[in-house]
Design a protein around this ligand. Structure first.
Ligand code: F6R
Length: 258
């Protein structure tokens, strides 16, 4: 795992976008794993403004609420269409979001896994982190080898996501479909972006604490090509910032990003 700390949110977003753009230019048929949420809004704003060619790119989103139709503004499919897919030249049938309205959710999640495999696996997976340490909707005690499945959301996550539901956590669905921790770890490369002081305590546990199913993001320590991009506020509870800053300033692989 490599930790990159940028001076502010704009710089952390810019580095994340630069990383995605670099990978897409190098491999125009990139298979991109995508996340939703507030952290991703500026990422998609910036990514869609670069005039990149997404015509051969395929995408797989991490998750979707159960019981929210794709055209509902509260669905993650709607978020992705509005924030990214409608603004770039991606083919709509190259974009995948789990179908939370499927009559058979078990069949849907198995099909989702098959589609990822059929695409050749995910080249680059973009992640945010929940305040309970989730990646995707892998809530505490998600098996570290879990695959795409239906998952109950914690009250904390439902409160965290209430913004899209008029501020009322009770209106946030209780269940979601999500890639598993194991599905995420299968990606060839991972970049997790976290912004803001409210993410600092869980981020420090995930990055510098023990690997535990209580904090799904801690499983990223097992991944050989995982980058964690932070602003100084999100990094404020880390203990080894001097080392992370030295790596970013000196290691050749970061030279194009400095
Ligand atoms: C969303 C997702 C979640 C979010 C996380 C952070 O598709 O997978 O894990 O990345 O809840 O959300 P924000 O960015 O809103 O703080």
């Amino acid at each position: 795992m490599e930790v990159v700390i940028r001076p502010d949110a704009d710089a952390a977003v810019a580095l994340t976008v630069q990383l995605i753009a670099t990978r897409l230019r190098a491999k125009p048929d990139l298979v991109l794993g995508l996340a939703t949420g507030r952290t991703m809004e500026p990422v998609y704003d910036s990514l869609s403004s670069l005039g990149l060619d997404f015509s051969r790119c395929r995408t797989f989103n991490l998750d979707e609420y159960v019981g929210i139709p794709p055209d509902d503004p509260q669905s993650y499919r709607h978020f992705m269409n509005e924030r990214l897919f409608d603004r770039i030249n991606i083919k709509r049938d190259h974009t995948h979001v789990p179908d939370g309205m499927a009559a058979d959710l078990g069949a849907e999640v198995r099909h989702y896994e098959r589609r990822i495999k059929h695409a050749g696996g995910i080249d680059l997976q973009l992640l945010g982190i929940g305040e309970d340490g989730h990646i995707g909707f892998n809530e505490p005690l998600s098996a570290l080898m879990s695959r795409t499945r239906e998952k109950a959301l914690t009250p904390k996550t439902r409160r965290q996501n209430a913004g899209m539901f008029g501020g009322d956590a009770e209106r946030v669905p209780k269940r979601a479909l999500t890639m598993g921790v194991g599905t995420i770890l299968d990606a060839h490369e991972i970049v997790l972006l976290a912004i803001g002081a409210e993410k600092a305590p869980i981020l420090a546990q995930a990055v510098e604490g023990p690997i535990t199913a209580m904090i799904s993001a801690s499983a990223l320590q097992l991944h050989p090509r995982c980058k964690v991009v932070l602003d100084t506020a999100a990094a404020s509870s880390l203990s080894q910032t001097e080392y992370y800053e030295w790596i970013f300033a000196n290691e050749p692989e970061w030279s194009a990003f400095r």
